[in-house]
Design a protein around this ligand. Sequence first.
Ligand code: 0X9
Ligand code: ZN
Length: 491
Amino acid sequence: MPRFCALATSLGMAASLRKGKSGLGKDCYTMYDGKPLLEFHMQKPAELLEAMAKLDELECTEMSGYHSTELLAICETAKVASLKRLYGRNLTVVSEDAGGFYRSTSGVPEAFVDGPGVQAADWYLRWRTYETRIAKLETLVAACDGKASLEQIGASVEGRPIWAVRFRGAGWTPGAARVVVDFELHPREWIVGMAGIYAVEKTCEALRAQPDWLANTEVVFAPAMNPDGSIWSETDNRMWRKNRADNNGNRCKGVDLNRNWDPDWAGRESTSGSKCSDVYYGSAAFSEPETQALKNLLDEAPVQIHLDVHSFGNLILAPWSYKMEFHEQRAAIDVPGKLMLEAMESVHGESYTYGGSEALYPASGVCPDYVGLSGGFGYTFELRPKSRWGGGGFAPPEDQILPGSEECWAGIVAAIEWTKNPYTTPPPPPTPAPPTLCDPAFSNGPDSDGDCDCNSGLTCYEGSSRGCTFSSAGRTSTRYFLPSCATCSCK
Ligand code: 0X9
Ligand code: ZN
């Protein structure tokens, strides 16, 4: 399998690749070199769907992920004339060279070379190759003081291991608090793969600072759910979304791992039975080995919160994903949902939107709806960037990696904290205790440290015993007594 992005990096060519025209061999943008990047401005969702079907027919690469009524696509130059005739002023050419455009604004993934002056945090300043990310996982788990285990949960279509990192706190038994977070079902969402490694790193750090943080709790991360697709996206096709299933020898490969689930597999919303479609749902629910691996992990024990991490759009999407109607438990679902929102926004002041399918679009057979069948809450995160423009959509600038990963981590922490104490309505603010006063008939106070003082000439009794407990723990006095003492009196 060609591995040119990684190879170029190890030869020190990444910087020149990042700058513009590669000219140095193939990379993950080469297939888009010299092809126009087009933007379609549609007025209504129905027009959007029609345009998307047209793009499928013309074998264009659709790049907006259905995020708005504005579509972004890369098409062959020869197709542009007919598209211009069809869409007129609703079509603009953003760049004549989509490959060069994304190569220079987003760049290619690199290995990480440690050495003098290199900081650990530098790891998050560049996109990292799949191998580099898995190697980092191994290092992190090995250095996590025995708190984490790296486990193979399955194998991809092409036979690559699928890894999970499990943090099982002392005292956890099946049925107790459990959070599962999966990353990068969609390979082109590179920021998600980076955020998955960051989450593992931060969990180990948190446990080092507070070893009992996950007592009675299990947290499992699956940081790279689609290894074949990720490598394909890094080496051959930057915008690859599906796995690498061969679809019985069809000319179009791949199943969308976020359409291959129940409930509502092969339903009506934003999915397709066409093998060439980016949202192809596969031959059956759970047909793909990557889907099965995650399903088995989720099935091991009840899950209170499942987070399925994607990009882009700055969204936290509540279930159900497959329909517009509100979930019957939506008020309860909103409690951790809004805690995650607040946590993510508070990191950098970046705004996120929280909502159900009304906040994006409904989608049938998606992964986070699955835990809903057994009572869990399954949310979708759509990480940075917020938009394509100035944002880069699926291929943002590298300076988005670290803040995006930090925001994702903050959302995960909020989910874990809620799961440890899963209230479904926010707790009422604590009611202040009514002030306890000293009865002025026989005492005065409270004094500076909170005691009542018997009036002159009176002696304090607690019940029938002479002498009362006062604020200095355990000591008694014939003058002072605690205002809360119901049996204390001055005689
Ligand atoms: O379409 C998807 O799979 C997700 N967007 S992405 O751009 N990452 O591909 C969104 C799934 C839709 N989810 C909900 N409606 N909740
Ligand atoms: Zn996605």
